[in-house]
Design a protein around this ligand. Structure first.
Ligand code: HEC
Ligand code: HEC
Length: 220
């Protein structure tokens, strides 16, 4: 774990340095973004150039354990950036990158990524290629009460992350973090992940990666 923390810290140092030198003058959101129709709404804050080395251009991650940010809900993104900054979500790499961020840049970054829209992926099939047993099918209905738009969560939904389309390795990693109860502080997610045993975590992660959220930019 220590080695990983060092690698992350080093990558950040390098990417911050080169980000300023070579990406500083980059033009906003390129045409091949996840949803080019919406990119004009939120100009790319300069600081986002530093995030691309890990989270990908426009927030579409090419790295297994690094989450996509494109199309993620705004309030959720802001809450996580603040949590990394305050170390209540404990990740040394993300703590380092969020330390210098002002409240204004946190808002701009969240608006920018949300406006990128969800990732269109060829293999998104409604989750149907992953077989859920009765227990997991019942659980997914519970997960969706918070994570997907519905009649119960209209006011709170912006606080909950979209899971559908997110990288499966990342989703599984986060569920195990909640199970261990020392990386992120959230009682609801502690309770939910306590219900999962062993590989059920990976099954649910694969299921959500294959699904498409009903929540789309512009639809709410
Ligand atoms: C060195 C690689 C790296 C860089 C650079 C980086 N991140 Fe991250 N980011 C990560 C990793 C790894 C995670 C997952 C952390 C975890 O497991 O808790 C993450 C998580 C996040 C999350 C939480 C997403 C979620 O779904 O909960 C947000 C938001 C985020 N990063 C935003 C940013 C922003 C904004 C920048 C640029 C200012 C940035 N990151 C730069 C590696 C990086
Ligand atoms: C009562 C509401 C609620 C329910 C039910 C719920 N979650 Fe969550 N979930 C949350 C909240 C809130 C967060 C953000 C926690 C934080 O800020 O650290 C979250 C975060 C997550 C994350 C991290 C995503 C990311 O981008 O970092 C995963 C994965 C997740 N939930 C999976 C599930 C699964 C699977 C279920 C069902 C077994 C479930 N959740 C049920 C509220 C809920």
């Amino acid at each position: 774990m220590k080695t990983l923390a060092w690698i992350i810290a080093l990558t950040i140092a390098i990417s911050v340095f080169y980000g300023q030198v070579s990406r500083g003058a980059k033009t906003p959101a390129s045409k091949d973004s996840a949803s080019s129709a919406t990119t004009d709404k939120s100009p790319m804050p300069q600081v986002v150039a530093q995030c691309a080395s890990c989270h990908g251009e426009n927030g579409v991650s090419n790295t297994r354990y690094v989450p996509h940010l494109a199309g993620q809900r705004r309030s959720y993104l802001m809450s996580q950036l603040r949590a990394f900054h305050d170390n209540t979500r404990r990740n040394p790499g993300m703590h380092a990158v969020t330390m210098p961020l002002s409240e204004k840049s946190i808002e701009d970054i969240a608006a920018y990524y949300w406006a990128q829209g969800q990732i269109e992926r060829d293999n998104t099939d409604g989750g149907s290629s992953v077989n859920l047993d009765e227990k997991l099918a019942e659980l997914v209905a519970k997960c969706d009460r918070c994570h997907e738009p519905n009649e119960y969560n209209q006011d709170a939904i912006q606080q909950y992350p979209i899971l559908a389309g997110q990288r499966r390795e990342y989703l599984a990693h986060e569920m195990r973090d909640f199970q261990s109860k020392h990386m992120r502080d959230n009682q609801m997610m502690y309770a939910m992940t306590d219900l999962l045993i062993g590989e059920e975590v990976d099954t649910l992660a694969a299921y959500y990666e294959n699904r498409r959220s009903a929540d789309r930019v512009g639809s709410r």
